[in-house]
Ligand binder design. Structure first.
Ligand SMILES: C[S@@+](CC[C@H](N)C(=O)[O-])C[C@H]1O[C@@H](n2cnc3c(N)ncnc32)[C@H](O)[C@@H]1O
Length: 395
């Protein structure tokens, strides 16, 4: 299907949804009771996102927030309250019917929040050609939109362009566990359902990294639909445009604490647990970001850690039989490759089949934030326990 045709069909679909108020798309986890307090029902009922605007938890008063594909404006209005009257929120959308509802409700929300005037503006525009100046946005949010854009890499480059140095994004979107086949790509109806345009998690994050964002990591993953064996799931991802002005630092080395025995970061540097690795100023900046910082000890001189050190972390699999129940683990960041203490190597976005024993490891607090888990079994599996190899490894 030509790009213009996809875009027109998607826009028609959302224009129709906005005017009828029909239910569409995916589970979200809004606190509706809280939002009803200041956002009109007309906006809430056409909320078509696929995640929670988790990034909004990180918003500070006075910040500028951009929402790509703002629809009826639900996330813009939630952001409006958080940035306060001194902050600024920009929603962009390509569909006039959506923009009309959002614009009509902006003054209502402002009045409900007690603001003298609205701090939210809605601009007509495309996700791959964002009508916003370079380097002006603190936080980019987007809820179930980028899968609908035919050229996602262009969208990611636009996000990087408009983000301030030191800015960040948090987007929720639908991804697939394998490439979507052409017969689904050319199904116009399924474009509007957020399925046809879904990338694999690997391609999605590769696009984000290619645009320049670093420290990309998973906030949340939830199953959405299985069609012809393809698992579609919703992910909420966050990443950073690292600041260009870096504070002076005497940090020269990073030592991996764990729980992984080895990791490769997005700059391509490999770290082995307990062994100091020389790092560049860019590496210092990356490893200081929240999702990576807890994994490392940064130091000015080489620092070795051993198992007796309470900074060393590891999760060993239990010595028990394991069963295969159809589970696969997908590493989602902030590393491009990790190894655990049971011979598994995970590459970002690539499903690795895991047995019950490994699933327990991957679901522990220190592993869980890095993985999406899916089950590819068609039916309930009552797998026979398997005796593991003498070294304890079985999968
Ligand atoms: C699934 S809805 C999500 C709306 C909103 N984010 C929410 O959570 O309710 C998708 C929205 O993105 C808009 N959209 C889709 N593709 C777009 C594109 N390439 N550029 C700009 N807007 C787009 C649609 O018009 C629609 O309003």
């Amino acid at each position: 299907m030509p790009i213009d045709e996809i875009t027109q069909k998607v826009s028609d679909r959302y224009a129709r949804a906005a005017s009828t108020g029909e239910q569409m798309c995916c589970p979200t986890s809004y606190d509706m009771a809280d939002l009803q307090f200041f956002i009109p029902e007309e906006v809430l009922k056409i909320s078509y996102g696929c995640g929670a605007p988790a990034g909004l938890k990180t918003v500070s008063p006075g910040e500028t927030v951009l929402d790509i594909g703002s629809g009826g404006g639900i996330d813009c209005f939630a952001a409006s309250r958080l940035v306060g009257p001194a902050g600024h929120v920009i929603g962009i959308d390509m569909t006039d019917t959506m923009l009309a509802i959002a614009r009509k409700n902006a003054p209502v929300v402002a009045a409900n929040l007690g603001y003298a005037s609205s701090n939210v503006e809605f601009r007509k525009g495309m996700a791959d050609s964002i009508p916003v100046n370079d380097g002006t946005v603190d936080l980019i949010i987007s809820n179930c939109v980028i899968n609908l854009a035919p050229d996602k890499r262009k969208v990611f480059r636009e996000m990087f362009r408009v983000a301030k140095p030191g800015g960040r994004f948090t987007i929720s979107d639908i991804v697939a566990d394998q490439p979507v086949p052409q017969y689904l790509v050319h199904d116009a109806e399924k474009w509007g359902d957020c399925l046809s345009g879904a990338l694999t998690l690997t391609d999605y994050i590769t696009g984000i990294v290619g645009a320049g964002f670093l420290g990309n990591h998973l906030i949340k993953a939830s199953p959405w639909q299985v069609i012809d064996g393809i698992h579609f799931f919703s992910v909420t991802l966050t990443g950073y445009k690292l600041p260009t002005n870096r504070p002076e630092s005497d940090v020269r080395y990073a030592t991996l604490r764990g729980p992984f025995s080895r990791v490769v970061d997005e700059l391509g540097t490999t770290y082995f647990r307990g062994i100091p690795q020389p790092i560049t100023p860019e590496g210092v900046c990356l490893l200081s970001q929240a999702p990576l910082a807890s994994h490392f000890v940064l130091s000015s001189d080489p620092l070795w850690l051993d198992q007796a050190d309470n900074r060393w972390t590891a999760v060993y699999p239990e010595e028990a039989p394991c069963t295969w129940q159809g589970h696969f683990a997908l590493l989602a960041g902030p590393f491009i490759e990790v190894a655990d203490d049971d011979h598994h190597v995970y590459h970002r976005g690539e499903p690795v089949e895991i047995c019950s024993k490994t699933r327990h490891v991957v679901e522990t607090d220190s592993y869980a934030p890095h993985f999406a888990i899916i089950n590819r079994a068609d039916q309930r599996v009552s797998g026979e326990p398997v005796t593991c190899a003498p070294n304890g490894s079985c999968c």
